[in-house]
Design a binder for this molecule. Structure first.
Ligand code: HEM
Length: 213
């Protein structure tokens, strides 16, 4: 008989200070801007490459426990547009989560095309790179999209690799592998950018409360 796992009891040693427990994700906390974004996206006449600018806000949230599983994390909102056009090309919200016990990193993704995903990977404090992926068909770290996207631009895989640079900036390369209706090969919808910090993060709400005591 296997040992019975207690799935209900929450850890007792929860630290109210999220920023002190984010492991490698601490380098993402704050408000960021990047003007050197490059996008390759699918268009009727073939791949289109365009430059973009981006603003990302990543705010520490209070520690979250699923019974014994404990996450520290950031809630993020990113917006992509260009100097020429004010419209938002890409908008994305979600969470970056870190489980100190295992080094599990999750990025949840929601975009207003009607798509959600959870990408996963492993990393530890001090790592210079983080790599996460979500795959079609997985129910744990998978991708779910509305019927039109499934028919016309079906996401088979999503990966993101983040590199923390020595000057405090960070860069990312994200690949969204799309099955475009009528095309044989998968299309690599690639986005890259370098982010500069423009504001420090505020502590999470619980930490602000505890600090007053
Ligand atoms: C996460 C999954 C993603 C999916 C399923 C997705 C899907 C698509 C599709 C189907 C298009 C081409 C059709 C169109 O022009 O509307 C597109 C265009 C584009 N995407 Fe994505 N995308 C994703 C992630 C991203 C990310 C992470 C970024 C940037 C950080 C991004 C930026 C863009 C840009 C700039 C365009 C071109 C917009 C235009 O020229 O009108 N996408 N995306």
């Amino acid at each position: 008989m296997g040992k019975k796992i207690d799935i209900f009891t929450e850890p007792e040693d929860v630290d109210s200070n999220t920023l002190a427990n984010l492991g490698p994700l601490v380098r993402l906390a704050g408000t960021w801007e990047g003007t050197k974004g490059v996008d390759v996206s699918p268009k009727e006449d073939g791949p289109e490459t365009r430059k973009f600018k981006e603003r990302i806000v990543m705010e520490p949230i209070d520690p979250q426990a699923n019974g014994p599983q404990l996450f520290y994390g950031l809630r993020y909102h990113l917006k992509v547009n260009t100097d020429e056009e004010a419209i938002t090309f890409h908008d994305q919200v979600g969470y970056w989560l870190y489980e100190p016990e295992t080094g599990l990193i999750l990025q949840t993704i929601a975009i207003p095309r009607g798509l959600v995903a959870i990408a996963s990977g492993y990393a530890k404090a001090g790592d210079k790179k983080i790599k996460l992926s979500a795959k079609r068909g997985e129910t744990e770290y998978g991708i779910c999209a509305n019927s039109f996207l499934e028919m016309a631009f079906k996401t088979e895989e999503y990966t993101i690799e983040i590199t923390f640079n020595d000057d405090g900036t960070w860069s990312y390369v994200s690949d969204t592998m799309l099955k475009v209706k009528g095309q044989k090969e998968l299309f690599r919808h690639r986005d890259t950018n370098i982010l500069n910090k423009i504001a420090e993060p505020k502590p999470n709400p619980l930490e602000i409360l505890e600090g007053d005591r």
